[in-house]
Design a protein. Structure first.
Length: 190
């Protein structure tokens, strides 16, 4: 990953004595605990996805995906979930389906990306990909600063997505019409 992860503020700190013992897959980043979601998380994962995406259904590249049924990582502040990434692995490709942080600019999104990136590498993936939309300027910056590159534009793809998911608004909160899908990928090595 690029410059952002090399900043000390994103350093993974494993703090031994003051914190509960880590179990496999858990990681403390700053004050946050990142860990894989498990069966006991399903209820809050469903409502988290619903509240951030307007429905449990995600539509990308014409496919309907139920994000809450996928593998994922969650970030907790104390006992409260403050971030969630869901993903799926097919062969050597790992695709991020949703990524959401409830407190932006505190390192939660970076912790989520790092968790899924490490998992994808451990599973032998060569690529970490995702789809976003033309209006999402902050996410486009966030991903590119973390090494993702734009690899495809699907003009007007959201028109078809709206037929599958009518909850997709016509305009984003920043006033930009939501029209196109953009595909980004990060090559994984080592
Ligand atoms: C995109 C998204 C997941 C990023 O999550 P985030 O929690 O804000 O991400 P981070 O806090 O790790 O990074 C955001 C910025 O805060 C900075 N930051 C991180 N930790 C920080 C800290 N402790 N102090 C100050 N700044 C910090 C980062 O350096 C980063 O800036 P940069 O991108 O210029 O490098 C989040 O904005 C989000 O949920 N957006 C809405 C949903 C969405 O659009 N999802 C993507 C759909 S494709």
């Amino acid at each position: 990953m690029n410059n952002a992860t090399s900043r000390t503020s994103h350093r993974t700190e494993i703090i031994g004595e003051a914190l509960p013992r880590l179990i496999e897959g858990e990681n403390f980043v700053n004050d946050f605990l990142a860990r894989p979601v498990n069966a006991s998380d399903r209820d809050w994962v469903k409502s988290f996805v619903r509240s951030h995406w307007g429905s449990e259904i995600i539509v990308a590249k014409g496919r309907v995906i139920r994000a809450a049924e996928l593998d994922g990582f969650a970030v907790f502040k104390g006992k409260n979930p403050v971030g969630l990434v869901t993903y799926r692995i097919e062969g050597r490709d790992c695709e991020i389906v949703t990524i959401d942080s409830t407190a932006q600019g505190e390192g939660i999104g970076t912790a989520l990306i790092d968790a899924v990136k490490e998992e994808a590498k451990a599973k032998g993936c060569r690529r970490l990909g995702l789809i976003t939309t033309n209006d999402n300027l902050s996410a486009l910056g966030f991903y590119q600063k973390r090494g993702f590159r734009l690899i495809a534009l699907y003009p007007n793809a959201i028109e078809a997505s709206r037929k599958l998911k009518p909850q997709i608004p016509m305009k984003a909160a920043n006033g930009i019409p939501i029209r196109d899908e953009l595909e980004l990928e990060l090559e994984l090595s080592g």
